[in-house]
Design a protein around this ligand. Sequence first.
Ligand code: AR6
Length: 169
Amino acid sequence: MTTLTLVQGDITRQSVDAIVNAANSSLLGGGGVDGAIHRRGGPAILEACRALRARHYGKGLPTGQAVATTAGELDARWVIHTVGPVHSTTEDRSALLASCYRESLRIADELGARTVAFPAISTGVYGWPMDDGARIAVETVRTADTAVTEVRFVLFDDTAYAAFAQQTD
Ligand code: AR6
């Protein structure tokens, strides 16, 4: 059984088996969670991402998919990088956002990770409305078939925490 927990704070401060990164297709870093993970995790993560680009993901990691690297100096064994969709008002991209959570858990299972920390994927730079992002995150994790025992949503601010709390009571 998977327990859902909510924490307000910085995902790079979590002690878990795997930390999920809200990356972009380039896998070469960016702002938000991605910037914070590479900053605190150190150069080993970027090095592993570059190797992935050189081998399997020459064109980058497609939206909705996930891939793991070392967690460098973070207090975790792996970082699972996933690429959320940019929010659109003319196209429903919810399935891609759900896929990020599902695929990250599938990779976690492959690795044998039992505790996984997620940020609120796509709700920052990619503009996804927080309430809807929280609904998709919680629904997808609740219905996922996974051996992960704890999914910890790490929410950066009060608004994000409240949105996730509303989905979980
Ligand atoms: N810990 C937890 N949550 C955080 C942290 C942190 N340290 N920092 C920000 N958040 P974002 P996206 C929250 O923009 O929308 C990057 O440049 C933030 O408040 O990190 O998926 C990538 O390279 C928001 O609620 O990811 C991509 O280009 C949530 O995490 C692009 O941004 C996600 O915000 C991805 O955009």
